[in-house]
Each structure stands twice: as structure tokens, then as C-alpha cells.
Design a protein around this ligand. Sequence first.
Ligand code: SF4
Ligand code: SF4
Length: 311
Amino acid sequence: MKNIITELAFQNDVDVIGFAPASRFDEGDPIFKLMPEAKTVIGLGFRVLRGIYRGIEEGSTYYQYTTMAVENMEETIMPMALLRVAVKLEENGYIALPQRRHQQIMAEADSTNPEVAYDAVYRNKTAEIQMNFADAAVKCGLGEMGLGGAVLNDEYGPMMRYCFILTDAELEATELAEAHLCDKCGKCIKACPGNAISADGKVDAWRCAVYYNGANGTKNPFMPPEAFADFEDRIKIISGEAEIDPEKARKILDKIYFYPPAQHSYQCSICGRACDMACYVHLEEQGKLKKGFASPFRKREEWKFDIKDFK
Ligand code: SF4
Ligand code: SF4
């Protein structure tokens, strides 16, 4: 069964697959609320095209990341693979419960998902149980946790997205990945244009949302010089140094319409996940990634506009 599932997954755009026995999860883990009889968690990993990140790296094209690397992956490619693998399990007499992240629902009362519009998020929805996707990817042997919160995969580093199937089929486990990629270099933290990641790797979701959406003018080709005119600390906002709480984040996000969003409330990423790009470059430079390419990801010094352009 494991071989059949693996082959089918690879035929449906899955790049890496891992199998975690349910015993790897604590008794109180959401997976047991979702499916008390779960025996195996199947993790499916999909690479995000390196070329799509390069558009933002070069400042030449932004929309492709949001549409092709986030929206189409989450809404089309990943659900198709999930459904096909889940159907195969059910054809063989097992129960299969697909799990893709619901981007607009969260249990927290006052957090947000930077990838979607903050006012499209339904908060405090504890009745809608969601598993911890990063934790499950690690338990499926698909990677290790990096300091900045991304799962680092042996082949593609942080440039991956994950979804899962819970099943009552008992399938042979994938070994856990031995942590060897993250050396705590801190480059993911330093790369964030909004200083949204603290020294211990904790990501401030609201701050991340503000800068994921492009509040740092030195890295946003679409921001007009008079941006954020209503804010006293506009230069600090534009340079990524302002104090930002959830209320202020909402106000900034209301004024950040420099570039159109995609469908399904997905916001255009202007930071291009600079944290992940910096990590990828670091891992690639050290020759740690198994998937090689003909040329390195980073080809020239990073560009930046002058903050004086906004004064
Ligand atoms: S950039 Fe460095 S510290 Fe951050 S996740 Fe990657 S290897 Fe770890
Ligand atoms: S680089 Fe972008 S995605 Fe990463 S923490 Fe900063 S704002 Fe968020």
C-alpha cells in the first residue's frame, strides 16, 4: 500500500512524501480530535518553484509568487493530489481524511495569517480544529524545524508547502530527519524587511503581515513616495522600524493597497518571504541541499531603494 500511495503521489505533483505513525503525536494532538482512529499521518510536500522566488529577488515580477506559489498550490495542485491519494486509500478499504490548511480560520483570538487579508480571517474558531502543519511535516520525516519557523527539507530547504492525510491504514514509518541543516546563523531573522522575527525565532504574525504585504518602501517598487502620509512615524514604518501592535497593523494594512490581491483573499507578497530566500541562499552556499541547480539562486547583490526617496 505504501508503494502504491507513493507512486500515485509522485504522479500528482508531490515532490516528497513521508509517513508518521500516530504514536509520534501526543495524546492531546489535534490529529486525534480530527480522527481518533488515525494510525498514520501521510505528509505530502510540494516544492515552490525557485524561479518564482527569483522574480521577487530581482524585483522584476511579484504576482507569480502569490498566484502560482501560494494560491494555485493551496487551492488546486495540493487538493488534487490530496484527493487522489485519499481516494486510493478508500478504494483499498481504509478511511482517509485530507488536511489542507484553511487559510482563513484560526483558533487564536487576535492573530492573523499574513498570506490572506486580515479582515477575511475568522478568529477564535476553536470548533474548527486544525493540525499543526509544521510539526506534522517534521514528524513525517520531511524536514527539520529551522530557527525562523520554516520546515527545512533536505532537497528544497524552506521552499516547500505541505498538506496531510490522516488514515486508519498502518503504513511503514519514514525515519525522522536528523537535524543538520539549520546552524542558527540568524540570516532568516536579518533578512526580514520588517524585523518580524525575534532573536529566538518567534514570528510576530501582525508585523509579518504588514511587511509581507510590502510596508517596507526600500523593498517595494510599487510604493509611492507619499505613502502612509497619515502616520506620524511613516518613515519608521517604511524602513521597517516602527512599533506595531495588532491595532496599528490593521491601520497600516488598510493603507497598503499598492498592488492588487489575488483570489480567495490571498494578498500579494511583496517581501517574497525574504526570510526563506535568505535561508535557501545560506543552505545552497554551504552545499547542504540535495537538489542541485545549474546556477546559484542569488546572482548579484541585493537591491534596495533609498529611504530618502520617501522623505
Ligand atoms: S537562515 Fe540560518 S538560522 Fe535561519 S533557518 Fe536558515 S539556517 Fe536556520
Ligand atoms: S520576511 Fe516576510 S514572510 Fe518572512 S517574517 Fe518577514 S515579513 Fe514575514
